[in-house]
Design a binder for this molecule. Structure first.
Ligand SMILES: Cc1ncc(COP(=O)(O)O)c(C=O)c1O
Length: 356
């Protein structure tokens, strides 16, 4: 097909800056697919009289969907049929009868924000590429920091609360052992971290990924409601020190995955202060309670944490994934940057036409 976009730059007959297919037909396809999404997802999938899912076992579903990757293209009407099938056999997470800890129905505004980011296809790695989204990120992180109750702080959005927890573990380790970046694990004592028996499994994953080892996680006892017992925490820290290990991190959970328990942050922060340990709060699930006048007391003491993981996609109805790791000490901005300092250094000054 002949591309119809005007002023396409051709180099040796290859288009550098435009669609390689027929643009008019492409635009029509977007319009038709858009209508389908509106009818089948926004209107129908949120209707209580419709099914949550047209469930099929995997082998049957494979037969019903055309998933063959062919060498030739497909006509638009086939692609639209495929789109329809994708919607038809998918779980309608926006349905009023779909219950799961991640979802609470459709938020129209968050949906449109997602349409926009998908259409603009930004990558938030430099201001030049993403001026608006960079400022949006800064503003949202600032607001989250205010809700935590810190005077200042910094943060980063991650592809999951699990990643936020892993970054927090890495930051805590880097704070106490900054040589790790150059020297690796060989120069370290036996590091040990503390969390409750009800913590999210990502703590184990992170300890394993970072070379700390799952055996060096001490799972502190919880009370009958699944909350970490600060006195037990302190006992375990003293015992670990006696055994020659080096405690470096305590991870409290605000909203445990199974029981929804909120660890007593003030009591845990007291222990961390006495022992000079980094306090990370995994508020991936429960962090949004900070925005409720009635329930924010569940996170009483969160302002004393060194870092917080908070997923607005869980209770604030942002689209999946929307996960922030927030770090209290702004001087630790350099910590965040030092730790991940293999980032692209493209400044405005390096682009002469922007400099004036
Ligand atoms: C307490 C807690 N922490 C961390 C996570 C992990 O979050 P994600 O699924 O975004 O990686 C979850 C997920 O359910 C969670 O409940």
């Amino acid at each position: 097909m002949v591309p119809t976009k005007k002023s396409a730059v051709l180099v040796d007959g290859v288009i550098l800056n435009g669609p390689t297919t027929d643009a008019k037909a492409g635009e029509k396809f977007v319009e038709e697919a858009w209508r389908l999404i509106m009818e089948e997802v926004v209107l129908k999938a949120t209707d209580v009289n419709e099914k949550v899912c047209e469930w099929q076992p995997p082998e049957q579903l494979k037969q019903l969907l055309d998933l063959e990757m062919r060498d030739t293209g497909e006509p638009h009407h086939r692609l639209l049929e495929l789109c329809r099938d994708v919607i038809r056999y998918s779980v309608k997470t926006n349905h009023p009868r779909f219950f799961n800890q991640l979802y609470a129905g459709l938020d129209y505004y968050s949906l449109v924000a997602r349409f926009m980011t998908e259409a603009l296809n930004p990558s938030v790695y430099t201001y030049e590429v993403s001026p608006v989204f960079l400022l949006v990120e800064e503003a949202v992180l600032k607001k989250m920091i205010e809700f935590i109750g810190w005077k200042e702080g910094d943060g980063i959005f991650n592809p999951g609360g699990s990643v936020s927890n892993m970054y927090a573990m890495n930051l805590a380790r880097y704070k106490y052992y900054p040589d790790i970046k150059e020297k690796g694990l060989s120069g370290l004592p036996r590091l040990i971290l503390f969390t409750s028996a009800e913590c999210h499994y990502s703590m184990k994953k992170a300890a394993s990924f970072l070379g700390i080892g799952t055996e060096n996680i001490c799972f502190v006892e919880t009370d009958g409601r699944g909350k970490m017992i600060p006195e037990e925490l302190e006992k375990q820290i003293c015992q670990a020190r006696k055994q020659g290990a080096a405690p470096f991190l305590v991870c409290a959970t605000s909203g445990t995955t199974v029981l929804g328990a909120f660890d007593p942050l003030d009591g845990i922060a007291d222990v961390c202060e006495r022992h000079g340990l980094w306090l990370h709060v995994d508020a991936s699930w429960g962090g949004s309670a900070l925005m409720s006048r009635k329930h924010r007391r569940l996170l009483q003491g969160i302002h004393r944490a060194d870092s917080v993981a908070w997923n607005p996609h869980k209770m604030l109805m942002a689209g999946i994934q929307c996960c922030a790791l927030l770090v209290k000490d702004k001087s630790l901005r350099s910590l965040l940057q030092h730790l991940a300092s293999f980032y692209a250094v493209f400044s405005l000054r390096s682009v002469p036409e922007y400099a004036n």
